[in-house]
Design a protein around this ligand. Sequence first.
Ligand SMILES: C[S@@+](CC[C@H](N)C(=O)[O-])C[C@H]1O[C@@H](n2cnc3c(N)ncnc32)[C@H](O)[C@@H]1O
Length: 142
Amino acid sequence: MSSFGIHQIGAVRIEKEACYIEIYQTYTPGLRHIENFSHVYVLWWISMRDNPKDRSNMLATPPRLTKPVETGVFSSRSPARPNPIGLTKVKLLKVENNRLYIDRIDAIDGTPVLDVKPYLPGDSIPVDEIKLPEWFEHLKNK
Ligand SMILES: C[S@@+](CC[C@H](N)C(=O)[O-])C[C@H]1O[C@@H](n2cnc3c(N)ncnc32)[C@H](O)[C@@H]1O
């Protein structure tokens, strides 16, 4: 098995009135033209789950199901997983210098950010083509 190096490019900042991704100075040239996109993907490190126990986890029980199901970690969005990488699609509200102001993100303040990528029309899939296990069927209309 191989290991790969990843560099933190910034951090999630959650403030009372605003939520933004702070990009570190070395990486700010990479933000050119980002303001022309409405949505971006943020890849982040689920830092508080970066420990041997959580990283050896192979099963997960998705929360808030009426009938709980234990499923494989790769069939879930569980934060306890071999590589604690979080992926969130966010709405880009404005860009000010090295700050990407966003509508919301499910990462806590200070969370390391690994990458930002634009959301493109080809990423979307018509709802009627999406297959889901029955315990996630209720998400289809969300
Ligand atoms: C279930 S994970 C899913 C993350 C992402 N949307 C994904 O699908 O990869 C989201 C949860 O991780 C937790 N979380 C957020 N930031 C974290 C961090 N830095 N370390 C550990 N847990 C974190 C929060 O409880 C949040 O609700």
